[in-house]
Design a protein around this ligand. Structure first.
Ligand code: ADP
Ligand code: MG
Length: 396
């Protein structure tokens, strides 16, 4: 099998490869194809569960599923990324202990069935070019591609907002990951050439067309801190405590003025977490404007403030992230750079002058490799369409 990196830039090779994977695993040909994108947040770390704003970019790294109906109410699934399979019956969907990825598939099926949506047995071959567990939301890409495929096989459709909420429910309740709505909304609502400004309180979105000449480059530190799950839960708890002390439902309802006046009522660490969230949510709105009008100076400043806050106030930074930040800012064409996802390692994101993209990637690879002793992955991404069924011949 060719590597995922080849397949990320060669759709035809990927179509053939996934088709081959299907034939090898199940025999015969797939009849339907679906895809859903990963995402990178351009601004708005940890603002989603505080019901604030996030500027998110559904990206051209995505998850594909090739499928064929079965008439026995059985689902058989094979992940080419993990070279692993699973099989379950639609009438008795139970979680599997010790095999997390199977629970994303089962969870989506169980959640859709719980809504009385008609599910059809099927064979599913899956392949993703979203790196797994790197903060680009391969989990939501998998869920949303699956939900899209089950809808296509069952002959029904859902509004993308509802599909996103059901996929989040599957991840929260069946897999047991307490994620916000950001990932699934990004994956279901993406529009080509646009970022999305998502208001996590009323779940409204605004498409933000990126100015020509700016390229988004994801830079993966290739490191992740083991305790990131418990750190994430701790940040959420601190934000909830801050909101409760300030007498609001969520930190979204706190203005910078209110926070400045009532800061002494908060434990010091909680106050710093609140400082970050209140400013970060405002930065998401500001970046949407700055990117539209191509004000590169403001883009750079907002990204720098976001990273400084993540490091000093929210404390989700790691030495690898600091090294990557330095490498990104020193590289040719850098306009702005910051963390992505929840932090604690994983991927970071840079906004780069499009003409310098190749030179930027080469310089980051060299500088980060030298500073951190790890070879990073750097990949330019495009804004991508949300979850959809597609015609495989489109790619040929
Ligand atoms: P992220 O969403 O940032 O990539 P998560 O830890 O939330 O990281 O989700 C990653 C998990 O999702 C993987 O460990 C795996 O269980 C599942 N997953 C995602 N994509 C695939 C895939 N193509 N094949 C199998 N499992 C996948
Ligand atoms: Mg995830």
């Amino acid at each position: 099998m060719k590597s995922a990196v080849d397949w990320a830039v060669d759709s035809q090779a990927r179509t053939e490869g996934l088709g081959d994977g299907f034939r090898r695993t199940f025999g015969g040909e797939p009849e339907l194809w679906a895809r859903a994108p990963g995402r990178v947040d351009l601004m708005g770390s940890h603002t989603d569960y505080n019901l604030g704003f996030v500027l998110t970019l559904p990206i051209s790294r995505d998850t594909w599923i090739a499928a064929r109906r079965r008439d026995d109410r059985t689902v058989r699934v094979h992940s080419m990324n993990l070279d692993a399979g699973d099989e379950f019956r639609l009438d008795a969907i139970e979680p599997v202990a010790g095999s997390r990825w199977c629970n994303y598939v089962r969870g989506v099926a169980a959640t859709l069935a719980g809504e009385r949506l008609a599910l059809t047995g099927c064979d599913l071959a899956i392949h993703s070019t979203v790196p797994l567990e790197s903060g680009l939301s391969s989990s939501a890409a998998l869920e949303c591609a699956l939900a899209t495929m089950f809808a296509a096989l069952g002959g029904w459709s859902l509004r993308p907002e509802r599909m996103a909420l059901l996929c989040q429910k599957a991840e929260n309740e069946f897999v047991g990951v307490n994620c916000g709505i950001l990932d699934q909304y990004s994956s279901c609502l993406g529009r080509e050439a646009c970022a999305l400004l998502l208001d996590c309180r009323d779940l409204s979105t605004r498409s933000v067309r990126l100015a020509d000449g700016i390229r988004v480059v994801v830079c993966n530190t290739m490191s992740r801190r083991r305790l990131s799950g418990s750190e994430y839960a701790q940040r959420r708890a601190e934000c909830e405590l801050g909101a409760a002390r300030l007498g609001v439902r969520a930190l979204r309802d706190v203005t910078p003025q209110m926070l400045a006046a009532r800061r002494p009522e908060l434990p010091e660490q909680v106050a710093r977490r609140c400082d970050f969230i209140v400013a970060e949510s405002a930065r998401a709105e500001s970046l949407a404007t700055a990117l539209t009008v191509n004000d590169r100076q403001i883009v750079g400043r907002l990204c720098a403030e976001s990273f400084a806050g993540a490091r000093d106030l929210y404390e989700i930074c790691s030495p690898a992230m600091v090294a990557m930040m330095e490498a990104m800012l020193a590289a040719p064409g850098a306009i702005g750079a910051r963390q992505a996802g929840a932090g604690f390692g994983g991927s970071m994101v840079a906004l780069v002058d499009a003409a310098s993209t190749d030179a930027f990637c080469a310089a980051v690879g060299k500088a980060y490799g030298k500073a951190a002793g790890m070879v990073p992955e750097t990949y330019p991404v495009e804004a991508a369409q949300g979850a959809e069924v597609f015609d495989k011949y489109r790619c040929s």
